[in-house]
Design a protein around this ligand. Sequence first.
Ligand code: PTJ
Length: 243
Amino acid sequence: MIPKNHPRYESLILREKIKKAFCEGYLADSGLIAHGRGEAFDYLIGEKTIATACESIKAAVAALILAKNPVISVNGNSVALVMDDIVSLSKVLNVKIEINLFYRTNERVKIIKNLFKRRGVCVLGSDEDELLFIDGIESPRSTASKEGIYSADLVLVSLEDGDRTEILVNSGKKVIAIDLNPLSRTAQMANITIVDNIIRAIPLMIKIANELKEKDEKSLKKIIANFSNEKNLKESLESIELK
Ligand code: PTJ
């Protein structure tokens, strides 16, 4: 039992969620390591959503609203931390959800699919879908369902190793990445990078989505046109260096 007055209460609760997901069999063992890396970066940005992340969240939500076939890609870590928020975001913006795992096993896919099913949500990416493969990705991350990631014009990825984003971008898709490490390959290669903890980023995306949904196409396009990922990443890095 973690005492509520523990100075690192929130952080320890997240660790519990990650451990539970591992024990339930859907979080990869390497997901424990990935979480630790995220914790370190979160510490460096002050465990709060920095101004640059607010900007990239606005651009990301505008892009999601304008996209024709947007997909949220989920893996063990994102499901363990924010499954319910991902479901809410997908409903607010009418976005599909697809399971995509680096350490893919049938068992993990089945557990994750059932977790969503229990919430009344049907997700793509299991073997029951028509699964295709993205050229150039050598890992099991290459899986892409025909109606989801394969034909998507925009994919939201989070907590990923760096073997997919560049290839998705080169294949003409837009990629939004949520990644606490602004130097990661995924962060560097994405079109829009949200340097924030996924546990804060997704709820803020839901809030912004409810606001931006009312805007016209011209205003949304303007938000995207005024956004530079290169500049945003540089400024995110500076907010780490100031600490
Ligand atoms: O579930 P699978 O099989 O798809 O495997 C997923 C993992 C996470 C094991 C795999 O993608 C991996 O090894 O990822 P990496 O290379 O460790 O990269 C994860 C990235 O996410 C790192 O840049 C971390 O800083 C970042 N990160 C970790 N926790 C968070 C985070 N970003 C946002 N929010 C977090 N909570």
